[in-house]
Design a protein around this ligand. Structure first.
Ligand SMILES: *[C@@H]1O[C@H](CO)[C@@H](O)[C@H](O)[C@H]1NC(C)=O
Ligand SMILES: *[C@@H]1O[C@H](CO)[C@@H](O)[C@H](O)[C@H]1NC(C)=O
Length: 321
C-alpha cells in the first residue's frame, strides 16, 4: 500500500479509559466474550517490531483476525477510532521470508480468510512484509517500519491466576524488604527497549530508593553470572534513571532526582560521560555488580535489566485519579 492516513485519535483514548471497568486480566485490557479473550487497543502508532514487542511484554500477542468472531471484535474497536481509512497493524507478516505470510501464532494466511483491499497486496517497491487491516476489514501490505496503531490480544486459558505480584508472569517475585516485585531480564536490550518492556509488563525499570533496595538488586544480579547473560554489556544492568537530555543531571524515570530518590552512589570514575559512540545525545542509568552506579551511552549498547513493579500496579484503581 503506497500511502495511507494513520491519525486515528480521540475515540481510541476514550475506549482505553472505559476499559478500566473490566479488570480480570489487567486494568488496561477488556474482555470480549466473542473473542474468547482480552483485547487492548494501542492508539500510539508503532512499528511492527515495537508492536510485537509491546504485546508480548504485556503477556499477549499482536492481534490478527484469526477467525471471523475475533475479526469482528477487532473491527468494532478499530471503528471507534476516527480518521480516513485508519489502518491497524495485524500480527500477519512475512518478515522471515518475503511473501510467506502467517500470523504471529504461525497460522498461514491461506487459513485466515483474508479479503484484500483493491490492488493489494502490491508489495510496493518490494519492501512490504507486514499487513494492516483497513476500517472496512480489508487488508493491505505495508513496510514493517511504518507506524500504525495496533491491538494486543490475550486468549483466555486455564493458567491465568495472578501471583503475589499481581501478574501471570511468574518471573516476578516479591521482596519483603522493599515490598516491590522484581524480574531480571537476562537477554539484553537497549535501555530504550528495556524501558518499554518494563512498562508493558506493568512496571518500570528498577528505581533504587535506598541502600536496601540497591542490596536487593545486587543480590538478584549475583544470581545471574556473566556467562548466563546474553548482551553486549554483561556486568552492568540497565536501571531506571536517565539524564533526560541534560548531561550529567540524573533523574529517575519517574522524574525525581536520584539524590531525592534515595540512592546516588556512582562507581569510582563514574559518571564518565562516555562519548565514545557519539558526541551528542543522552546517557542512561546502569548499575555494576557491586551495586555502584554507572552511566552509559543509550544507543546501540544492549544490557541485562531489572524491572520493578508494585504488586497492585495492574489491578488497583489508580488513586491519583
Ligand atoms: C523505492 O526504492 C528505491 C530504491 O530502493 C528508492 O530509491 C525509492 O525512493 C523507493 N520509492 C519509494 C516511494 O519509497
Ligand atoms: C475498503 O476500503 C478501501 C480503502 O478505503 C476501499 O478501496 C475498498 O473499496 C473498500 N472495500 C469494501 C469491500 O468496502
Amino acid at each position: 500500500m503506497e500511502t495511507r492516513a494513520k491519525w486515528c485519535l480521540s475515540f481510541g483514548l476514550l475506549l482505553t479509559v472505559m476499559s478500566t471497568v473490566n479488570s480480570q486480566y489487567r486494568y488496561d485490557y477488556s474482555y470480549h466474550t466473542k473473542a474468547r479473550g482480552w483485547l487492548k487497543l494501542h492508539i500510539m502508532p508503532s512499528t511492527f517490531n515495537d508492536a510485537f514487542r509491546i504485546c508480548n511484554a504485556e503477556g499477549a500477542v499482536l492481534a490478527s483476525p484469526l477467525n471471523i468472531l475475533l475479526k469482528n471484535v477487532m473491527m468494532t474497536i478499530q471503528n471507534k477510532m476516527v480518521g480516513d481509512s485508519c489502518a491497524l497493524y495485524t500480527g500477519i507478516h512475512s518478515i522471515f521470508a518475503q511473501g510467506s505470510f502467517a500470523s504471529v501464532e504461525g497460522k498461514p494466511i491461506a487459513r485466515l480468510g483474508i479479503e484484500w483491499a483493491p490492488n493489494e497486496p502490491d508489495n510496493y517497491n518490494n519492501t512490504e512484509s507486514c499487513i494492516v487491516m483497513l476500517q472496512n476489514g480489508t487488508m493491505a501490505d505495508v513496510r514493517c517500519t511504518e507506524t500504525f496503531p495496533f491491538i494486543c490480544y490475550k486468549k483466555k486459558s486455564n493458567n491465568m491466576a495472578l501471583n503475589d505480584c499481581g501478574t501471570i508472569d511468574n518471573e516476578y517475585s516479591l521482596d519483603s524488604r522493599t515490598g516491590s516485585c522484581y524480574k531480571f531480564h537476562r537477554v539484553g536490550r537497549t535501555w530504550r527497549n528495556a524501558y518499554m518492556t518494563c512498562m508493558a509488563e506493568g512496571g518500570h525499570l528498577a528505581i533504587i530508593n535506598s541502600q536496601t533496595e540497591m542490596q536487593v538488586l545486587k543480590e538478584l544480579f549475583a544470581k545471574h553470572p556473566t556467562d548466563s547473560i546474553s548482551a553486549q554489556s554483561r556486568d552492568v544492568i540497565a536501571v531506571g534513571f536517565h539524564d533526560w537530555g541534560e548531561s550529567r543531571v540524573w533523574y529517575t524515570v519517574h522524574g525525581q532526582s536520584i539524590v531525592d530518590a534515595g540512592y546516588s552512589t556512582f562507581a569510582q570514575g563514574q559518571p564518565d560521560d562516555d562519548k565514545s559512540f557519539d558526541s551528542t545525545g543522552s546517557h542512561c542509568g546502569g548499575m555494576f555488580r557491586d551495586g555502584l552506579l554507572d552511566d552509559f551511552w543509550c544507543i546501540g549498547n544492549t544490557l541485562p535489566f531489572i524491572c520493578e513493579k508494585r504488586p497492585d500496579s495492574l489491578t488497583a484503581e489508580d488513586d491519583d485519579l
